[in-house]
Write a protein that binds this ligand. Sequence first.
Ligand SMILES: *Cc1c(COP(=O)(O)O)cnc(C)c1O
Length: 463
Amino acid sequence: MPDRTAGLQAAVRHAETYLAGLGQRPVAARATAADVVERLGGPVPAHGTDPAEVVDALAAGADPGLVASAGPRHFGFVVGGALPAALAADWLVSAWDQCAAFHALSPAGAAIEEIASAWVVDLLGLPRTASVGFVTGGQGANTTCLAAARHAVLAAAGWDVERDGLIGAPPLRVLCGEQAHATIHTALRLLGLGADTAIRIPADAQGRMDPDALGRTLADGSGPAIVCAQAGNVATGAFDAFEPLADACAAHGAWLHVDGAFGLWAAAAPATRHLTRGVERADSWAVDAHKWLNVPYDCAAAIVAHPDAHRAAMSLTGPYLVADQGQRDNTTYVPESSRRARAVPVYAAIRSLGRTGVADMVERNCAQARRMAAHLGTIPGATVLNDVVLNQVLVALPGGDDANRAAVAAIQRDGTCWLGGTTWQDAYVLRVSVSNWATTDEDIDRSAAAIAAAAGTASGATS
Ligand SMILES: *Cc1c(COP(=O)(O)O)cnc(C)c1O
């Protein structure tokens, strides 16, 4: 029997080396998945290996295939790093190895999720009575919230969807902005509502849903309806206008869900709070913790203004399950039964930053996005395409789609920073997302220089 802590020292050593080098190594991976398979794969080992040796082999084998996405110059997708306290707390979660489904299995797991729930709701300015489930990501949060929505709007029409399913149910309309995130459509698919049945409401040049068009479309029909709005467009960072959307939903008895995967954190900072005006009037909100709150993967919150609907959609019952009366069973708010104590790193992140620290991180990243946009705007022929209201920058380099594709590839190859491309209004353009606690202004300046250099090379190569 190996010592219980065998391997931990090796893990600490490797983690320290990795984290110390995170700001220096090329941001892109140096190896493909096939290379890593070559290094770590093979048949099932016939005999065991000492824990420390296993950890050593893993660290060495995986290293070239790692992306420095936790580092300060990864601007692709919207990732976020891991705050020191959150990372350390995440390790404790594994050491404790709690099954944080039921109070009976972990009073500490229940208590810490209760506290983290209240803190997240407070920081985001949402109703204190809202219920929170900590799930794996924005996908899980959107799905959980929309399950609660499906319950509530069908219950109001006299239908019990949990018991009777959707066969024979009153017709239900789902309306979303043209720019709804792909995970909304996946959530609808998982909930039996169909990925493509949502009515798409036109959006403006920044990706904001047209509230008048929403009102007209809601008025055109009747019966149960769910509206999916967005706080933080994944390309532009734009916010839907929640006041008029909430008015339209209230007038027609529709459930308003807000996908705020990264953007909802704008509500936690004085400089950006105005972008979310009226968002507290929604019925549910999905927000990631692993993006802008900078906790390690994976963690997000599904927040519902109507705890009964949340519980009806998610709760688990069975004769062998011991519910402790009056105690929080985390499983009541999430699709999973057994699960890790996922909110512990959220608790640690918020405790380490405090209210002002969360606000500073959001405001700093937004200022850095503006700084990046100012740099990129000086590249000859380049156009910044979005209003940089948050942490996202969309830029078109000169030379058209092929030149922009070549530039993205050149930037990734160069390794100073990492960003990806996206299709925006039929053009392939570069997308920059700033959401890491450790990013400095110097990182922005260095990265902008690398992007400018790649732009020169790429447009030279294709012109
Ligand atoms: C990232 C994102 C999601 C999905 O979140 P995951 O954490 O990747 O599951 C949903 N909506 C928006 C707007 C996002 O940016």
